[in-house]
Design a binder for this molecule. Structure first.
Ligand SMILES: NC(=O)c1ccc[n+]([C@@H]2O[C@H](COP(=O)([O-])OP(=O)(O)OC[C@H]3O[C@@H](n4cnc5c(N)ncnc54)[C@H](OP(=O)(O)O)[C@@H]3O)[C@@H](O)[C@H]2O)c1
Length: 550
């Protein structure tokens, strides 16, 4: 392995590891030193997200060597668990594929503290546990420091640098990161308890919150105001894990590191943009949270709008988080609020599949019998700026549909004065598939080899699984937790961005609620409500093809 350094556009030095297999892995610029003490607290550690995503992501980051030796993760929740019970019942089932030796090493860094989300004495107990762990961590760091000094030849600079001289007092900082993996009703009470009792005085404090960031513009502002009373602007990390997905990370590279796309990337050449998020599963007994939010708040207002912003934004001046966010904000501000005539909402109903009855949404025990919460929504957004005016951006998201698919489909204009009128061919399309089977491909028109003039559609394709080792594709949470620890905010959402995201959907959400709009029923495992065909037709949009063989 060779280490080379480059001056990045962020003005920081970035190191590149050149592995034998020619991958170039970026080692992020860091402001948290591995010789510091680091505590990550997961609140809601007994929950679904923590066990399925957060602990496994931390395991990977630890195994890759990003966390140094004086770090720990403390699970915090109301459930009365011992550390061993947390490991056995919550963590091990999701870490089974790993070596026992690696797991044992990881579990040495795992702790658990039971407590309520609004009791100061419970948070004081958490603070005490953090302090005890930090003291132990300092002993480890001090021993490492001494051993390094004994074995190190100091450079001339270091000899004269008071902080690095062997006699300088050794003072590792204590960084504390709090991940709220909790239902939104306890976000604010937990954050204010943490702010009052658990913040470090000698290192970085960061709090991570998961969507939903409120139910509407007003509740979003309330949440933001509440958080800002206890954590500074730079300490709040709002996560949308979709941004951490590998293909979504590639969007800016694809757009701005290649010269061929930019001349095509506008209203003169692009006919429409479709951003699709389809799930096969229904709520499956977990409808409680979903029923009070619905698919628009759960998927469209955050994941899909974030993708739209990355597709439609202007090139940022640099790759700094501020420059990227400023461009995203500009494009979000130019989107008109969704109108009733441009949205279709649906709700799945039950069906018998292979002799077995699959429950409809309202039949689910966790959902009210008369719920009008949409499980499907499709809408057309209009970006009113010089680049995109007139190009419909179609956003579709739904549960209990006929396939699991997340993709961006960019359809180009028809060929003017087409010479090949004898063949009916679809326009060119650039498809960026986020999941499953990450891929980027171009649908083009080709001549079929032979003496005739037969034309066919074919694909210039790049699938991740053929070009890269699929195992090397990091999980979104691995990337985002690492970014958070290292203080890289570029993949997190700013308060302003979210405000503009809410402004696009807030009026229609209120209108749907006030008018008690009944979502159109659609069968489980179908393509969704029929009204979407009319919406598509009105904007000249073609439904996505199934290219799953790619
Ligand atoms: N699950 C996902 O894949 C996913 C994806 C994206 C975003 N999110 C967001 O991440 C957060 C956590 O999601 P999750 O699926 O892990 O949630 P969850 O399993 O429903 O809840 C996490 C933990 O919170 C505690 N809890 C549950 N209901 C509570 C209530 N009413 N009052 C107080 N505490 C309660 C429970 O722990 P104790 O009873 O032990 O305290 C539970 O184990 C949510 O904000 C969710 O919207 C989740």
């Amino acid at each position: 392995m060779v280490l080379s350094t480059k001056q990045s556009e962020r003005g920081k030095e970035i190191k590149f590891k050149e592995e034998e297999n020619n991958y170039t892995t970026m080692v992020f610029p860091k402001n948290v030193d591995k010789s510091d003490n680091m505590t990550i607290v997961i609140l809601g550690a007994s929950g679904d997200l923590a066990k399925r995503k957060l602990f496994p992501a931390l395991f990977t980051i630890f195994k890759e060597g990003f966390l140094g030796s004086a770090w720990r993760v403390i699970g915090y929740a109301r459930s009365n668990l011992t550390k061993q019970e947390l490991i056995d019942t919550h963590l091990l089932p999701f870490l089974k594929k790993h070596d026992k030796k690696d797991l044992d090493a990881f579990f040495e860094h795992v702790f658990y503290q039971a407590g309520q989300y609004d009791k100061e004495e419970d948070f004081q107990a958490l603070n005490k546990l953090m302090e005890q762990c930090e003291i132990e961590g300092e002993k480890i760091l001090e021993a490492e420091h001494k051993s390094q000094l004994e074995h190190k030849c100091l450079t001339d600079d270091e000899v004269f640098d008071d902080c690095k001289s062997p006699t300088a007092p050794f003072k590792p900082r204590r960084h504390r990161f709090f991940y709220l993996s909790l239902p939104p009703n306890v976000f604010l009470s937990s954050a204010s308890m943490l702010g009052r009792t658990c913040k470090s005085q000698t290192g970085y404090n960061r709090i991570v919150i998961e969507k939903p960031f409120g139910r509407d513009l007003i509740t979003f502002k309330k949440l933001s105001n509440g958080l800002s009373k206890v954590f500074g602007k730079d300490e709040i990390y709002r996560i949308d894990h979709y941004i951490g997905k590998e293909v979504v990370q590639n969007l800016l590279v694809l757009r701005f590191a290649n010269v061929i796309l930019e001349p095509l990337w506008n209203r003169n050449t692009i006919k429409s943009v479709q951003i699709i998020f389809k799930e096969e599963l229904g709520v499956e007994g977990r409808g409680g949270y979903f029923d009070s939010y619905g698919i628009i708040r759960d998927v469209a207002q955050n994941h899909l709008l974030q993708i739209l912003a990355l597709i439609a934004m202007e090139p940022p001046v640099t790759l700094s988080p501020t420059d990227i966010r400023n461009e995203k904000i500009k494009v979000l501000k130019s989107i008109e609020p969704v109108k009733m005539e441009d949205i279709v909402v649906g709700q799945y109903k039950g069906k018998v599949i292979n002799g077995e009855k699959v429950l409809g949404y309202r039949e689910d025990p966790s959902v009210a019998d008369d719920s009008i919460t949409p499980t499907y929504a499709a809408c057309v957004l209009k970006v009113k700026n010089r680049r995109w005016d007139g190009v419909p951006f179609f956003l579709e998201s739904g549960k209990a549909l006929d396939e699991r698919l997340a993709e961006i489909r960019i359809t180009f204009n028809e060929v003017p004065a087409n010479l090949y009128t004898h063949a009916v061919v679809s326009p060119n399309e650039l498809v960026i598939r986020i999941q499953p089977n990450e891929a980027i491909y171009f649908n083009i028109v080709n001549k079929v080899p032979g003496l005739g003039e037969k034309l066919s559609e074919s694909q210039l394709n790049f699938t991740y699984k053929t070009l890269y080792d699929a195992k090397k594709i990091p999980d979104a949470y691995e990337r985002l937790i690492l970014n958070m620890v290292q203080g890289d905010e570029s993949n997190f959402l700013s308060e302003d961005e979210l405000k503009y995201c809410w402004q696009i959907f807030d009026p229609i959400l209120h209108e749907l609620q006030e008018k008690l709009v009944q979502p159109e029923p659609y069968p489980f495992a179908s393509a969704g409500p029929t009204a979407v065909h009319y919406l598509r037709a009105r904007y000249g949009l073609v439904a996505s093809k199934n290219d799953s063989d790619l």
